[in-house]
Design a protein around this ligand. Structure first.
Ligand code: MIC
Ligand code: SF4
Length: 643
């Protein structure tokens, strides 16, 4: 039987297990990336593993999330990260250089390679024909130490693209349509692999928009073939030598197939407050907008910024709108400037910022109260913009700029003919500030500011687990709910005791206080949840900080992949209801007892009995043998130290 692109890359990197769908495998990781908000913790963990230098082909530490230096915290993190990169042999991409995924695509990604990143949008690299996956910081630290990355072999969802996008319809609309059909849990357990005649009509940056935004499907990753367009992109980057053709075999089989005829697509938009709440733009046109942001790792490439500039030529942004542009990378900004396309943005009234994540993770750019904000970003989870009750819509750069001009949500086809634009055949590299790895044994002092707290220690799993349900939540809870970000909380990412005060803050302000009170009375905590628990960001803080507060069990209907892996890494037992109807039987305050849990894990039991106020219910233990040993040890670091 023929192989898909994903299966070919998996086969070439398999170091443990067999390529059987649904079974745990270990993959060799060629490249890693971290960003500052997850990176400080990942490097503290790497230090704890005790390896003198990274063992990957290439590892890069990016600073892109926390660029607001309202006090010493973020600035200290940047200095720490630069020192770590020098000491352990990583590339370092400093603040202002761009968003990790965009820069990685431009300067480092290569077809056929594996990339593991401590950020859920790492699949951006799939646009180049690589297997690029998001993971928690500790998994990335292990990969840097040369260890395999373990995951359950996903199924392959073939997305067959036919036809060609019409003028004013963009790559973003392809994935908005996929999200409309499949929802934020439609990709769980799958790799989304694109094939069919439509693929050749999409550039690498279009493909990267699709694979990036594919993270919102809950998929393990998304991948395109590597073809002539890939060669052209790498040639424009001065890296043609890194090109290799990589396409699926004619007789490759997919576990599921969805066909999208791109010529029938219209401009689409995701309404508040979930990326799958998708309608046609024409259905919501006319709603007044107060803020329009073009940026984020989904849509801020040179292609996107050039399209926006071309549309703005001879036009002006409405005075009712704050129109802001966050370039994805220094390279995009340099090339935009060199091609004369920065001026049209400025004269039309755009506020042009430095390259980075900025408002996408709530570091500034909060919208006015109750007013609509249109963003080319990937996530509109409630409150992520910095305001509770926010009204954030997600759309293509074309829809964004048309709406900024008109002052209300606008179908861009109303603007008449699509202005054509060309991109340079050869890009200015824009990478002068990327620091190369320092030679081995260089004299480096790692400077740690006062906000960088040591990694906490955790106890092994007790023989019998007793605890209390501290919180019960519904379906599709995101890691933004569990461990919020934003200008107040994000700077605390290097300090677990401090950040843990904000766990579940937007759901229940009392959570941290109640957990602390329960812990000091000798009780552990449990959280009960619905389907797709922990979707969204890869932030391991959403496991680490609750564990620090004493949460040791999560009992839900189903988990999102990265969050489940993070729970295991920090010794929180992930259980699912054997009968989803039992969700109704477990209320906050209930006392839970799991007798003999340690032994049950070691014996490989796939069910355990949880007593809820004395009444038994069954829970499913869906864990590999390796997971079980990690949980019994109290987490991956404990286990790695004892192994
Ligand atoms: C996000 O888009 O949610 C983030 C911020 O990039 C996160 C990482 C983080 O929380 O630091 C992600 O996507 O993993
Ligand atoms: Fe940064 Fe937003 Fe991309 Fe996350 S989704 S990496 S916060 S730009």
């Amino acid at each position: 039987m023929g192989k898909t692109v994903a299966e070919k890359i998996f086969a070439a990197h398999l170091v443990e297990g067999e390529l059987k769908k649904g079974e745990e495998i270990g993959l060799r990781i060629d490249q890693t990336l971290t960003q500052d908000a997850t990176g400080t913790m990942a490097y503290l963990e790497f230090e704890a593993i005790g390896i003198p230098r990274v063992k990957t082909e290439l590892s890069v530490s990016y600073v892109d999330h926390n660029l607001v230096q309202s006090d010493f915290k973020n600035a200290d993190d940047h200095v720490f990260l630069q020192g770590v990169a020098r000491k352990f042999g990583l590339y370092f991409s400093p603040p202002g250089n761009g968003i990790c995924h965009q820069v990685h695509l431009e300067r480092f990604g290569a077809p056929g390679k594996t990339l593991l990143g401590s950020d859920s949008h790492t699949p951006t690299g799939g646009g180049l024909g690589m297997i690029a996956m998001g993971a928690g910081g500790l998994d990335v630290a292990m990969a840097m130490a040369g260890k395999p990355f373990y995951l359950v072999m996903p199924k392959i969802y073939g997305i067959k693209l036919t036809g060609k996008l019409q003028p004013w319809v963009a790559a973003r609309d392809v994935l908005l349509e996929v999200l409309r059909q499949l929802t934020v849990k439609g990709g769980v357990g799958y790799i989304m692999e694109y094939f069919g005649p439509g693929v050749a009509t999409l550039s690498v940056t279009d493909r990267a928009t699709i694979t990036n935004f594919g993270a919102e499907l809950g998929a393990t990753t998304s991948v395109f073939p590597s073809d002539e367009n890939t060669r052209q992109f790498l040639a424009a980057q001065g890296r043609e030598d890194q090109w290799a053709e990589l396409v699926a075999d004619e007789d490759a089989e997919y576990d599921a197939v969805l066909e999208i005829d791109m010529s029938t697509l219209e401009p689409m938009i995701a309404c508040p407050s979930s990326p799958d709440n998708v309608v046609k733009v024409s259905e919501v046109a006319g709603r007044p907008v107060a803020q329009v942001l073009v940026g984020s790792c989904t849509n801020s490439s040179l292609r996107d910024l050039t399209a926006v500039a071309s549309i703005l030529k001879g036009r002006e942004v409405s005075r009712e709108v704050s129109f802001e542009v966050n370039p994805g990378s220094r390279q995009a900004l340099e090339n935009l400037t060199a091609e004369g396309n920065l001026l049209p943005l400025l004269t039309a009234g755009a506020r042009v910022h430095q390259s980075g994540c900025l408002g996408c993770i709530g570091m500034g750019q909060a919208p006015p109260t109750s007013m609509i904000s249109l963003r080319t970003f990937s996530r509109n989870f409630p409150g992520r913009s910095g305001n509770q009750g926010d009204q954030v819509y997600l759309c293509s750069p074309e829809v964004a700029v048309a709406s900024a001009i008109k002052g209300c949500i606008t179908d861009p086809r109303e603007l008449g003919d699509y202005p054509g634009f060309t991109l340079p055949e050869k890009y200015l590299p824009g990478d002068e500030r990327i620091e190369e790895p320092w030679p081995e044994n260089s004299e480096v002092e790692i400077v740690r500011g006062p906000n960088i707290a040591p990694f906490p220690d955790f106890e092994p799993m007790p023989e019998t687990w007793k605890g209390k349900v501290v919180l019960k939540v519904a379906d599709n809870i995101t890691t933004d709910h569990i461990m919020p970000a934003g200008a107040k909380i994000l700077p605390l990412r290097s300090n677990i005791p401090a950040i843990s005060e904000f766990v579940f803050n937007s759901v229940s302000e009392k959570f941290a206080g109640e957990m602390k009170a329960a812990s000091s009375a000798g009780h552990f905590g449990a959280v009960v949840g619905g389907d797709n628990y922990g979707q969204g960001s890869s932030r391991e803080h959403a496991a680490l900080a609750p564990r620090y507060l004493g949460v040791q069990v999560k009992l839900v209907k189903s988990f999102a992949r990265i969050h489940k892996a993070n729970l295991i890494n920090f010794g929180i037992l992930p259980l699912t209801f054997a009968d989803p109807a039992d969700y109704e039987k477990v209320e906050p305050g209930a006392e839970l007892v799991i007798t003999g849990i340690r032994q049950a894990l070691l014996d490989g039991n796939d069910r355990v009995t949880v007593e809820v106020n004395g009444t038994p219910i069954e829970a499913v233990v869906d864990l590999s043998e390796r997971h079980r040993r990690i949980l019994v040890a109290g987490g991956l670091l404990n286990w790695a130290r004892s192994a």
